[in-house]
Design a protein around this ligand. Structure first.
Ligand code: HEC
Ligand code: HEC
Ligand code: HEC
Ligand code: HEC
Ligand code: HEC
Length: 252
């Protein structure tokens, strides 16, 4: 009798524990881009980032978003520095300064702005300074900066020993070692080494598809990445098995 009872409790706890585990597929919720998820999972983060209790608000707000960059209802402080651009002697297209859709990513990934530095906090429509839902504002907004000696940076722990290695996520403002962005995708007449997209403005697979995208005909960070979908690591629009992502564009 006693045995079957504890067995029952074990079963109940197992079911409860499994149900409580954040296993989501095809959604930003519970992913590395869910900054509300990161914080309760590891209380140590509460001194590095604000938990606003909403997933989307780190990047979007329904009202009071910024018009400083061309990105949908953007709610994160935006970078303005000029970036050092990719160049090479075999390049035909001319990479431009990153467009709004790339600046959106760089607003966290260039390491100059704190990941939680948003424009419109939830709750009141107030600007930074609160009042906030849930946690109160912290004094420092930690950045994805690789230099652990420069103060409040995620790299203090994310060096692969205290926390997982995350320095690859830091691109910096020198984009010379990154795939070029900000250039108009060539037509087959301009460059026969490239496949023709379904739509020269929006890319492959139609507006509602998650396939490789162009933004006003240009390549930007989210051409290859889907910030909302962690399923194809790291947040890729399609698997790069057999270089399928690369050969969507490059005929090689
Ligand atoms: C880490 C930043 C980030 C978070 C968090 C985020 N987004 Fe986005 N979102 C972006 C970026 C960058 C774009 C533009 C690139 C693109 O189109 O994928 C975008 C585009 C969009 C778009 C327009 C393009 C499309 O795919 O339909 C919608 C709608 C959207 N987001 C909704 C949401 C919602 C709802 C949430 C919360 C559940 C959310 N986002 C969370 C960064 C984010
Ligand atoms: C609000 C800040 C923020 C914005 C905006 C943002 N990211 Fe991130 N991103 C993060 C954080 C935080 C991580 C997790 C870093 C870590 O592993 O500790 C991350 C991780 C990633 C990763 C690596 C995931 C992995 O599994 O290692 C990729 C790829 C990525 N982001 C791409 C993008 C792209 C592309 C955009 C724009 C479309 C973008 N991010 C916008 C904060 C942001
Ligand atoms: C005091 C040390 C410390 C600092 C500073 C720190 N982290 Fe972490 N972080 C950890 C530890 C420990 C873990 C759990 C082990 C792991 O995933 O590496 C973790 C996990 C994470 C995860 C994975 C969470 C998950 O559920 O998969 C993300 C994303 C993350 N941190 C982002 C950040 C970002 C962004 C910053 C800077 C704003 C930051 N961390 C600063 C220690 C830290
Ligand atoms: C042409 C496609 C393409 C473009 C454009 C692109 N990326 Fe990536 N990115 C990738 C691929 C593929 C990977 C995975 C590389 C690997 O696994 O070694 C990646 C990896 C990453 C990672 C994770 C690094 C790691 O290994 O943890 C981050 C963060 C990232 N990209 C951010 C960005 C940002 C920000 C931009 C715009 C400045 C951008 N990407 C533009 C294809 C692209
Ligand atoms: C969305 C379309 C697209 C995707 C996806 C894409 N590229 Fe590109 N890539 C381009 C364009 C356009 C250029 C500029 C080429 C030029 O002007 O000569 C370029 C440039 C390059 C260059 C530099 C060429 C030079 O002459 O300096 C390399 C190398 C490259 N891509 C490799 C890759 C790899 C590897 C992948 C997959 C991880 C990839 N690309 C994915 C469109 C794409």
């Amino acid at each position: 009798m006693k045995t079957s009872r504890s067995f029952l409790w074990l079963a109940v706890w197992t079911v409860a524990a499994v149900a409580a585990m954040p296993i989501f597929s095809g959604t930003i919720v519970g992913s590395k881009h869910d900054l509300t998820h990161v914080i309760p999972a590891f209380f140590i983060h509460s001194s590095t980032m604000n938990n606003y209790g909403e997933v989307c608000v780190y990047c979007h707000a329904p009202h009071g978003a910024t018009t400083a960059i061309d990105a949908p209802l953007w709610n994160h402080r935006t970078p303005s520095q000029p970036y050092t651009l990719y160049s090479s002697s075999t390049l035909d297209s001319i990479p431009g300064q990153p467009g709004g859709y790339s600046l959106a990513c760089l607003s966290c990934h260039d390491g100059t702005i704190g990941v939680d530095e948003i424009i419109n906090a939830p709750g009141s429509g107030d600007n930074l300074g609160g009042p906030w839902y849930g946690n109160s504002a912290v004094a420092v907004h930690w950045k994805m900066n690789p230099d652990p000696f420069s103060g409040a940076t995620c790299a203090m722990c994310h060096d692969g020993s205290t926390g997982h290695y995350a320095l690859m996520g830091y691109l910096g403002t020198d984009l010379r070692n990154d795939h070029p962005i900000g250039m108009t995708y060539p037509t087959p007449a301009q460059d026969p080494d490239f496949s023709a997209p379904d739509n020269p403005q929006s890319g492959w697979g139609g507006a509602s598809s998650h396939d490789v995208k162009l933004y006003g005909g240009k390549i930007e960070c989210p051409s290859c990445h889907n910030v909302h979908d962690p399923d194809t690591i790291p947040f890729l629009r399609k698997s790069n098995q057999n270089s399928a992502l690369c050969t969507t564009c490059h005929i090689k």
